[in-house]
Design a protein around this ligand. Sequence first.
Ligand code: SAM
Ligand code: SF4
Length: 328
Amino acid sequence: MQDGFGRKIDYLRISVTDRCNFRCQYCMSENMTFMPKNQLLTLEEITLIAERFIGHGVKKIRLTGGEPLVRRDMSDVIQRLGRKVKSGELEELTLTTNGSLLEDYADHLALHHVRRINVSMDSLDPIKFKEITRGADVHKVLAGITAAKNAGIKVKINMVALRDFNEHCLLPMAEYCAAENHDLTIIETMPLGDVGADRKLEHIPAEEFIAPLAEKYSIEPTSFKSAGPARYFNVKPLALRMGLITPLSQNFCDNCNRLRLTTDGKIFMCLGHNAHVDLRAAVRDEGIEAVDRLLQKALKLKPLRHEFNAQLDGSAKILERHMNVTGG
Ligand code: SAM
Ligand code: SF4
C-alpha cells in the first residue's frame, strides 16, 4: 500500500478498546465517557478486518487502546492474530500496555508469538506514579514487567516527558532499564483531547528532558532503526538503548508508515487529523469486501503531516479525540 505522497504503509495499530483502568493526566480527563459497547468492533470483526489488511500488505500489527488487556475477549484476539505470525503472513504482533494486568497475560502473549511489548511507565516513584495515573500502583506494573521478561518477551518502557513533573525520574528510570535490559523511549506529549491541563505548560522538548541524564552519562546517536518514528541513542556506559519520539520538536511524518483502526471501526490515517473512513458501518452492511474499497479511499486521505505545533501554540484547534480512542 502507498499513500498519496508515495509513503509505503505496512503498519497497523488497532485500538481494541477505549476503556482503561488508569486515568493518566495527559491522556484522559478525570471523568471520561467511553463508547457504548454496541459501537465497538467485535472480536470477529477485528480479526477479519486485520486479516484483510494483512492481505493488502500490512506486516506489523500493534494492539493498543485504551488499555488493551482490560478487554474481556483479549486473549482470543491475541490468539487469533498470533496465528498470523505463526503462519508467516504477519512479521510481528506487538502490544502497548500500562502493564497492570501483565502478570496474568505474560505467558499467554509469549505462547501466541508476541515477542516484544511496550509498557508505559512515567516514573518509578510510587507517589508520582499514583499522581500521574490518578491512582495506580507502580508495584503492580513492575511485577507485570518482570512476568513479561520471565516469559521471554522483550520490554520497552514508554515514558512521557512532562515539564516540571518527571524530569528527575529519568535517571532512576534509565538505570532501572539498563539493569533489567529493557529499552527506554521518551515521548513528547501531544495535544490530543481536552484533559483539563495546559498542554503548552506540560510540553518539554525531549532533548531538554534528557539533560539530567546527559550530566551523568554519555548519550551517543546510533544508526539503529525500528518500525516506529523514534531516533535511537546509546547511553554509555549504561549499555541502554534509548529512543526519542519527538512529534513536536523534530517532525518525523515524512517516514510515516502507519494507519490506525479505532475501537469503533474507523480508519484514521494520522493521529493528529480528523480525516477518516468508517469501516464498521460498511462491513456490517456490505460484508468484509468493503474494506478493499475504503482502504483505497483512506490511503488518499493520509495528510502530509500532523499539526501538533499549531495546535499547541493555539493557531489551530486542538482535536476533541483523546489518545485512548485512536490508540497511542
Ligand atoms: N494503555 C496503554 C498504555 O498506556 O501503554 C496503551 C494506550 S496509551 C494511549 C499508548 C501510549 O500513548 C502510552 O505510552 C501513553 O503514555 C501515550 N500517550 C497517551 N496520551 C498521550 C499524549 N497526549 N501525548 C503523548 N503520549 C501519550
Ligand atoms: Fe490508560 Fe494508557 Fe491512557 Fe494511561 S495512557 S489513561 S494507561 S490508555
